[in-house]
Design a protein around this ligand. Sequence first.
Ligand SMILES: Nc1ncnc2c1ncn2[C@@H]1O[C@H](COP(=O)(O)OP(=O)(O)OP(=O)(O)O)[C@@H](O)[C@H]1O
Ligand SMILES: [Mg+2]
Length: 272
Amino acid sequence: MISVKNVSYTYMTGTPFEKTALKNISFDVAEGEVLAIAGHTGSGKSTLIQIVAGLIELTSGTVEIDGLSVADKKIRRLVGIVFQYPEHQLFEETVESDIAFGPKNFGLSEAEISARVDEAMRQVGLDAALKKSSPFELSGGQRRRVAIAGILALKPKYLILDEPTAGLDPLAKKNLLNEIFGDVKKSGVTIILVSHNMEDIANFANRVVVLAHGKILFVGTPRELFVREEILQTAGLEPPPISKLLRTLNIDGRALTLDEAEKIILSTRKKR
Ligand SMILES: Nc1ncnc2c1ncn2[C@@H]1O[C@H](COP(=O)(O)OP(=O)(O)OP(=O)(O)O)[C@@H](O)[C@H]1O
Ligand SMILES: [Mg+2]
């Protein structure tokens, strides 16, 4: 379990550029759940997950991961974080060595590393034939997958993804999400997903934390969130288009995903 208590954070304290990014944030992440973090640009999402991953030093409040303080080096093995636009951080000569970089630092055997590279490539839908390619000759979407595979190869217990599909085309986005939330999730990881996209949140998240101006506005299920119009408005979020449409047509106010909408529409047709 991850437990975040009373976390506040200010960038560049004591300078004219001082900026409070988080104010008194508390929430838990239960094992096996998908927790989404949503909020407008600059609301503090990336700051929050970097604190949870131990990459920004805490100045007030506490973060505990499986009972260990986030400052404890042991948590580095538990938490894997995929940054926004992670493909900018690829640097090795081949796809294979880039994905293997983290596992190598863990001091795993060559055989184990190679098995992890293969598995991670499969999990993100990368063709094994690309192993010896340079990451720089791949498409943007493929590079993104290489970067994500590099984190999956660490086999983190907690996987944090910051807008993993930003900038991908709709098909690549759908495939990547289905892979992460199908195959990867089945392996038992707990996922924190930063997303602006309410459809993705409706489809994949068990719970959502909504941030606005560094504060928590809401914690609950997507279903609970999407009926709270005042919260959505304050946070600058929109419910999934399909639920808006069904509500406008007075068919149903509860459908969040296309699958649900389809069932509801088919059942109202039958009744006629
Ligand atoms: N390195 C930094 N130095 C100073 N201020 C920063 C730094 N990083 C972020 N901030 C400020 O902290 C606030 C929160 O930023 P953060 O990147 O956490 O937001 P975000 O919710 O991830 O936004 P986005 O959706 O655009 O990625 C913003 O006002 C931002 O300008
Ligand atoms: Mg961000």
